[in-house]
Design a protein around this ligand. Structure first.
Ligand code: NAD
Length: 368
């Protein structure tokens, strides 16, 4: 695996989020000399995720909204990053159903302004630095729509977003692509499947189910529970993003998936079965699983072909799902204070995105 000591300064937007903070930890662990973490600290942002990296001299946090073109441009001029990872976004599908406008603002307007700031920054750089610059636009498999029981998304699958979240991510991707084709901005786009791991905001499927189960509350499962997702450990995703920055070709698209297709029901059963083992209480937590009315427009299945990322980036996922799930449950058990502090004020595990459906006992499936 490449050491990153020769990488210049790296900028990560959305760095106080679930995946952004995992990427920052990964960059530091792999020897990146300087990482600048940018985040607006919305309800989903949490600085405690950056604590491990935060104390280091090679790390700086900047509270900024990506829509603040002047502020972002000033930061770029000051820090002169050679790699920019763009993860800042509104990310929860259920919230996008309740309020699409915030998603258009953060994801479409935010990405458009960031690309413009990057274009101006790039134009000021001397030739050598200009050629080194790479921008990684981090997207989701959800922009491709919904699959039936067979087949996979590839880089050439046409966009067909179904939720306000995925539509806003599609808009963001199109802006990034436009800046490549129109202005030659060296941006490439990655699409990952459902991520799991430590520090995920508890509105998403796995930490939500754990939080509910630990309180002895019903664990909601949308619809029939047969919807299928491919699960990718967040550290594998972070390594994929780093590989894309090092070896990806500007203007290209790369897909990252874990190769772990599971129905939501089987994921919850595996998760709560692991909880039974790691924190036995005498009860079977799987009995808490409760079907609730489905999410409107709920995509049935997502899966991606990762051959191009493997071939061109030399990337492959290395965390086996059962091990990753076990480590994730263990992490949440060790960090119940984090889970409790996040759910105390900003979000109390209530169900979101119930426009058109009867509210159930609460909670929802993640970005996906
Ligand atoms: P998250 O919600 O945990 O974090 C998003 C972060 O962005 C938060 O810290 C928030 O404060 C910040 N943010 C939001 N709006 C901002 C703005 N206008 N300016 C600056 N910061 C802002 O999300 P995540 O799960 O870590 O996802 C990160 C990225 O990866 C997103 O772009 C998402 O679409 C993409 N993605 C996520 C998954 C997944 O399974 N979670 C899968 C594929 C792709």
């Amino acid at each position: 695996m490449d050491r990153l000591s020769r990488l210049g300064t790296v900028l990560v937007t959305g760095a106080a989020g679930f995946i952004g903070s995992a990427l920052v930890r990964r960059l530091k662990a792999r020897g990146a000399p300087r990482v600048v973490s940018l985040d607006a600290l919305t309800y989903a942002g949490d600085l405690s995720r950056l604590e491990e990296a935060g104390g280091e001299p090679g790390h700086r946090f900047a509270q900024l909204d990506v829509r603040d073109l002047d502020g972002v441009l000033a930061l770029l001029r000051e820090e002169r990053p050679t790699v920019v990872f763009h993860l800042a976004a509104e990310t929860h599908v259920d919230r996008s159903i309740d309020g699409p406008e915030a998603f258009v603002q953060a994801n479409v307007v935010g990405t458009a302004r960031l690309m413009e700031a990057l274009r101006r920054y790039r134009d000021e750089l001397p030739a050598g630095e200009r050629e080194r610059l790479r921008v990684v636009n981090v997207s989701t498999d959800e922009v491709y729509g919904s699959l039936g029981p067979e087949g996979v998304f590839t880089e050439s699958t046409p966009y067909d977003p179904r939720s306000p979240y995925s539509a806003s991510k599609a808009g963001a991707d199109h802006m990034a692509s436009a800046y490549f084709h129109t202005y030659g901005l060296p941006v490439l786009t990655t699409h990952a499947t459902n991520n799991y791991g430590p520090y995920q905001f508890p509105e998403k499927l796995l930490p939500l189910a754990l939080g509910k189960a630990l309180r002895g509350e019903p664990v909601p499962l949308y619809g029939t529970g047969e919807n299928v997702r491919d699960w990718l450990h967040v550290d594998d995703h972070a390594d994929g993003l780093i590989a894309a920055a090092l070896r990806g070709r500007p203007g290209e698209t790369y897909l990252f998936g874990g190769g772990n297709e599971r129905s939501n029901r089987s994921v919850l059963e595996a998760l709560l079965g692991t909880l039974n083992e790691l924190a036995p209480t005498g009860r079977d937590h799987r009995e808490l699983i409760t079907l609730v009315p489905d999410r409107p427009g709920h995509d049935f299945r997502y899966a991606v072909d990762t051959a191009k990322a493997r071939r061109e980036l030399g990337w492959r996922p290395v965390v086996p799902f059962e091990q990753g799930l076990r480590d994730t449950v263990a992490w949440y058990l060790e960090h119940r204070d984090w889970l409790d502090s996040v759910t105390r004020g900003r979000y109390r595990l209530e169900r979101l995105g119930t426009v058109g459906v009867a509210p159930g006992p609460g909670g929802g499936e993640g970005t996906a």
